[in-house]
Design a protein around this ligand. Structure first.
Ligand code: ARG
Length: 470
């Protein structure tokens, strides 16, 4: 028989938030309170309040004296938060009320004038925009760092031959530098996407008030300018209820995370005992507690997994927003945690990836050996037959196929096959064919723009050096 629940609340239930015996008031507080997470907006909230009160004084809506008291109090609060002495309170619901109430403790009645011509609706919209914008700026710097790490690896390895893959089957030899630059291109687009997002989101909601604007003679252009926004948002209903700036930032973050994940996946494959294409030091690997021979690429695996959080956040916020009528609804309080979590994950992922790229060392011998395996220069042989013997490509493809089967039977690579053997298939083949059969020769021949030839890769390295130093 199931145990009857005891009437007396357990120790856990007696704690704040113990659900079982909570009164309606406690339940309301439990579901309403956001201070535990929106305290992360404290710096942005104070920035917004300073700008708002300065504007109020400039417009003659509050006195200069009150404005000075407000600024002094806000500076004191900043210090308390930095020192960890600020008395965060659940009773005061969110960061906005916590700060305003503390301001009253510190400066008295003047604190009550700060909220003139403003509502928590435009306040939170402003704070959150500033927070997302600050983070996009940080990602910009992190992406640049990652791009520089990739560029350095590329510059060191413009001549390092490795197998290029399609379907994860050896396809044609490429250079390691070329492979690094492929990721550099992706992260450059991620960076541009975030810059675009920043430019589009950089408008100020402050002064939209609750939803309809305010009768006070406020100057929205002044607060916008003070907060680094390009202009005030032109519609007050939109200003308090738009969250597409966060959705756009999350989609840019998600796409960036897929790139991090693909590179992570390659690192996982490349560090395996079967591949041994690269080495990571102890800085980015862990040992196994039971298998002493192992060195696991945990950092890469965790970056690969963090995409789940980031995309989950995008889905989560999209669903929060999709059914909301204008203007503000309390649902929007649920906008913050997914963004905080996703951005923390991306922050860590970008930093760890930059570190790992710098840390990784290509195993050049192993890469060259792998590049020569699996008849990776078969296309080069076919191209040689077309160019030198004027053979139609389809015939050349057939002749090459026959030669590959022959090499397979002998268990040798194409450049180790005897000329007489090749001539048995096509008598017009000469010894000069060997000049295209090595992986290095193959890579060197791909000189088309954007191709893998060391010469082309060096050009791209130079181009990126210029772009990044600009
Ligand atoms: N904590 C709230 C949020 O994050 C602030 C806005 C509250 N506005 C309101 N009308 N209750 O959305």
């Amino acid at each position: 028989m199931a145990k009857r629940p005891s009437k007396k609340p357990s120790k856990g239930q007696q704690m704040w938030g113990g659900r079982f015996n909570a009164s309606p008031g406690e339940l309301m507080q439990a579901i309403n309170v956001s201070i535990d997470f929106d305290k992360r907006l404290a710096a942005q909230d104070i920035r917004g309040s300073k700008a708002h009160s300065a504007m109020l004084a400039e417009q003659g809506i509050i006195t200069k004296k009150d404005m000075k008291a407000i600024h002094k109090g806000l500076r004191a609060i900043e210090k308390e938060i930095a020192d960890g002495t600020f008395p965060f309170s659940h009773d005061l619901e969110d960061i906005h009320l916590n700060i305003e109430s503390r301001l009253k403790d510190l400066i008295g009645d003047a604190a009550g004038r700060l909220h003139t011509g403003r509502s928590r609706n435009d306040q939170v919209a402003t704070d959150f925009r500033l927070w997302v914008r600050d983070n996009l700026d940080q990602f910009d710097a992190q992406l640049e760092k990652l791009m520089r790490a990739l560029l350095e690896k590329a510059a060191e390895n413009t001549d390092t031959i490795m197998p290029g893959f399609t379907h994860l089957q050896s396809a044609q030899p490429v250079t390691f530098g070329h492979h690094m630059l492929a990721y550099l291109e992706m992260f450059a687009r991620d960076r541009a996407r975030m810059q675009d997002c920043r430019a589009r989101m950089n408008e100020s909601p402050l002064g939209a008030a609750a939803l309809a604007g305010t009768p006070y003679p406020i100057d929205r252009k002044a607060t916008a300018k003070e907060l680094g926004f390009a202009r005030p948002m032109a519609n007050s209903l939109d200003a308090v209820s738009a969250r597409d700036f966060a959705l756009e930032a999350l989609s840019a973050a998600s796409i960036c995370a897929t790139h991090l994940s693909r590179l992570s996946e390659e690192i996982v494959i490349w560090t395996s005992a079967q591949f041994q294409f690269i080495k990571l030091t102890d800085a980015f690997t862990t040992g196994s507690s039971i298998m002493p021979q192992k060195r696991n690429p945990d950092a890469a695996e965790l970056i690969r997994a963090k995409v789940g959080r980031i995309m989950g956040a995008l889905t989560s916020l999209t669903i929060v927003m999709k059914g909301l009528p204008l203007a503000y609804s309390k649902d929007m309080q649920e906008d913050k945690e997914p963004v905080f979590d996703a951005f923390d994950a991306l922050d860590l992922g970008l930093a760890a990836m930059a570190g790992m790229v710098t840390d990784m060392q290509p195993n050049k011998e192993r890469l060259a050996e792998a590049a020569g395996a699996a008849y990776s220069t078969a296309t080069d042989l076919a191209d040689w037959l077309v160019r030198k013997l004027d053979m139609p490509f389809r015939n050349a493809h057939h002749v090459t196929g026959t030669i590959v089967v022959m090499a397979e039977k002998q268990g040798v690579t194409l450049d180790a096959l005897a000329l007489e053997d090749m001539q048995k298939v096509e008598p017009k083949i000469t010894k000069y064919v060997y000049s295209v059969l090595s992986p290095l020769a193959s890579a060197k021949s791909r000189v088309s723009y954007g191709g893998t030839a060391p010469r082309e890769v060096r050009k791209q390295v130079k181009r990126w050096q210029k772009v990044l130093d600009k």
